[in-house]
Design a protein around this ligand. Structure first.
Ligand code: PLP
Length: 436
């Protein structure tokens, strides 16, 4: 299939805030071709981002020069590994305005959310009084939203099953926003925790967390913010957020796979029992029982993902070098351009907010008469990588009455040319399936 490139009609778009060509040069994978020599148009950063050379180099540096298990052993390599691992924690903490002791390394956002969910159910049976403060049980309620990724839904369903608590949720409006009209009844005196995404992975919606956090505070509930799709794309400061927990994944923000972050307010973390237990999270171990380290070590059992933490530190430095304000402005410009481009194609419907107000660079759409998987297939033939399906947010596609969507997501190396390619690819799919 061949491609002709056409821009949306109307005014020339404003120059993008980031220098796309210079950034692309940092990403080795963007030099490869796919599907018989076509340029790789990578529009799937929402699933996982590509990695700049600086991140790959940081991991290689660790393995070639330092490799040892941190927080164990007294030899020089172990000492240096500990230093590098803890330096990464400090860098990542500073990125979200948090002290090091509030940064817990996990495998990804999913594990970070499970850590909190299991800590809350473990609290009910903890023998230590200090760990029972946030115990969840019968009569308690957990609140989520209909917009959540399965990672921020299923662990709470399971927590409710384990404890007898009840799951409640905030619904969605027809234009892809959270329906907050019943916020004060859904979040009430029985609510123990509110878990909400800052930016939807499927709709692109950026949620107004201020009112939700304020209501949770009024009733004494904890708040967990899923930042998997926000921390990579906009400045996030935990003090301004006002929540108790924030989770995010390294692999979605130019970092390695296998590393994620749970940020928790220290006072809350300190009152939680562990999730996983074993080496390095203990204070004293006797055959009769054990005591545990303070956070963050209490939540980092076993030899940690050391090279990955260091790689994530490098990714954070890369993003800081670009400036998160500019990353956000860049994606806003791309989103506006893409929404305009898609609006010009008859039969294309965007599932999610139709404009750039409080909206990030994840655009889900359907094409009349063509199954989303078939759209994805035609795009793939053209070298364009998008995601198709329910995007691990099945209740959302159900809410909007579609079987699935095709989703394009943007990042720092995305340019107008990528979006032109997407629009032309959709037109090619329409031609191929004879729907125009
Ligand atoms: N939350 C959101 C909003 C996501 O988009 C994702 C992944 O796509 C996750 C959570 C889960 O992230 P991970 O698979 O890295 O744990």
């Amino acid at each position: 299939m061949t491609q002709t490139v056409s821009r949306p009609t109307g005014a020339q778009p404003a120059p993008l805030p980031l220098d796309v060509e210079a950034i692309r040069a940092d990403f080795p994978i963007l030099t490869r071709t796919v599907r018989d020599g076509k340029r790789l148009v990578y529009l799937d950063s929402g699933a996982t981002s590509q990695k700049p050379r600086q991140v790959l180099d940081a991991e290689r540096w660790f393995y070639e020069n330092v490799n040892a298990a941190p927080h164990r052993g007294a030899h020089q390599l172990a000492e240096e590994a500990t230093g590098a691992y803890e330096a990464a924690r400090a860098t990542i903490g500073a990125f979200i305005g948090a002290p090091e002791r509030e940064i817990v390394f996990t495998r990804n956002s999913t594990e970070a959310i499970n850590l909190v969910a299991y800590a809350l159910s473990n609290a009910a049976t903890a023998k230590e009084e200090q760990f029972r403060r946030y115990a969840v049980g019968q009569g308690d309620e957990i609140v989520v939203t209909e917009m959540e990724h399965h990672a921020n839904l299923v662990p709470w369903q399971q927590l409710c099953e384990r404890t007898g608590a009840t799951l409640r949720w905030l619904g969605l409006t027809d234009d892809g926003r959270l329906d907050l009209s019943d916020l004060t009844t859904v979040v009430n005196e029985r609510t123990k925790l509110v878990a909400v995404t800052q930016q939807s992975n499927i709709l692109g919606t950026i949620n107004p967390l201020g009112g939700i956090v304020a209501r949770a505070r009024e009733v004494g509930a904890l708040v967990l913010v899923d930042g998997a799709q926000s921390v990579p794309h906009q400045p996030v400061d935990v003090a301004a957020l006002g929540a108790d927990f924030l989770v995010f994944s390294g692999h979605k923000m130019l970092g390695p796979t296998g590393i994620g972050v749970l940020w928790g307010r220290y006072e809350v973390l300190d009152a939680l029992p562990p999730f996983l237990t074993g080496g390095s999270m203990i204070e004293v171990v006797r055959m009769e029982g054990s005591t545990f380290m303070p956070p963050p070590q209490r939540f980092e059992a076993g030899v940690p993902m050391t090279a990955q933490a260091i790689g994530l530190g490098a990714a954070v430095e890369y993003l800081q070098g670009l400036g998160m304000d500019r990353v956000l402005a860049h994606e806003e410009a791309l989103t506006g351009y893409a929404l305009a481009a898609l609006a010009e194609i008859p039969g294309v419907t965007v599932v999610g907010p139709p404009d750039t107000v409080a909206r990030g660079g994840a655009i889900s759409f359907t094409v009349e008469g063509i199954h989303p998987h078939d759209v994805g297939q035609v795009l793939d033939d053209l070298g364009i990588a998008v995601r198709v399906g329910h995007h691990c947010a099945w209740p959302v596609v159900r809410r909007y009455g579609v079987p699935a969507t095709t989703r394009a997501t943007f990042y720092v190396h995305t340019g107008y040319d990528d979006i032109d390619a997407l629009a032309d690819g959709i037109r090619a799919a329409q031609k191929f399936f004879g729907t125009v």
